[in-house]
Design a protein around this ligand. Sequence first.
Ligand code: MEV
Length: 435
Amino acid sequence: MKEMVSGFSKKTKAEKAQWVAETFASNPAQTLEVFKTYTHPDPKVQELHDEFIENTLANYYLPFAVAPNFLIDHKVFAIPMVIEESSVVAAASKAAKFWADKGGFHTKIVGTEKVGHVHLNYFGPSEKLFAFFEAQQAAFEEALKPLTASMKKRGGGIRSLQLVDNTHKLEGYYHIALSFETKDAMGANFINSCLEQLAHDFSTKANEAFSAEEAPEVVMSILSNYVPHCTVRAWVSCPLEQLAYEGVDGATFAKKFCRAVAIAQAEPYRAVTHNKGIMNGIDAVVIASGNDFRAVEAGVHAFASRDGQYRSLTKAFITKTQELHFELEVPLALGTVGGLTALHPLVKQALDILGRPSAEDLMRITAVAGLAQNFAAVSSLVTTGIQKGHMKMHLLNLLNAEGASAEEKEALVAYFKDNTVSSAAVKQALNRLRQ
Ligand code: MEV
């Protein structure tokens, strides 16, 4: 068994790398060499990345790309995307181009409400807790004013604050639910600071008003990443005759497309993969723009299950006037100020390329990337199948994994224009070429 380490975070970066390589790596010298290769030569740049987290050993690169030709609410965008999956940017770009001459993408912000809770234990008579809360509410709100003053100046702040009886969900469980408007900030720090201040004031007053045995107790205070009232809608629509796709006529294509989306509405096995395709687009923009993709993922999937069954986030139908309408509604708590947006140089560039969007604009753009991705995936699935495009894009990865030279890559990319790509086929073709 390997030995545990103490005081690891206090070691220098070189000592940490050395220890990890010598204790765990199969080839320590190679591990240290790779760490070195993936360290920025400019110490100032590297220091910035080192300090994002603790125990940084190297930088883990992901490609930063753009998907051009997105027409969104009559404005043209090149959307920055950070993602490792080979076909995603190509698919987004293809969908963007497809819709650009059909009116492009349209969006609407449905809501921007963020939420957080002070979770409480209380086992006494419910009326007594509500009476106490009602009597103290104005004082609680007053005490929060210093924390909310600057957000208020920007048009945000606390929108509501109420005590909720949750004892039907869990014995003795109440919470204070707060809703917030955080404008261009994602708002996690602002929300959590407000909640912790409230929790502190609540405990102090409660300890004065109740006996020690009966006093309500704060369990925890935290924002919620479930934001069903912070959503954006994105949609495309066009007459069926304009929809011909990969040799399939518009009416047939639209029918197949709507059926595929209906299956993802009805069947969770399909819905999860369908929504994963949407998240290919959404996460790539969320990461490029320095936002928290885990928060977005958690909130999106909870939203997809909001009626008790996990369903597709998109809807598609043919209108009475014979148009395809294809729409996504998705919760997105995003920020364009604060957090990594002010720190990561590539995030700053991504936001600049997007025209320095407000948080609402970023919600629109991100939702469009998700809708475009879903259109590309489902269109392929109901026509050519997904593997043709996917493996074409994956070809370079397979060739790189086999150590192909630049000349070999060129020859095999040409060869695979008319041949089916698979890992075995690539190995065979490379062997043939080398003989
Ligand atoms: C692959 O990353 C995403 C897809 O599976 C999405 C889908 O099936 O709709 C192609």
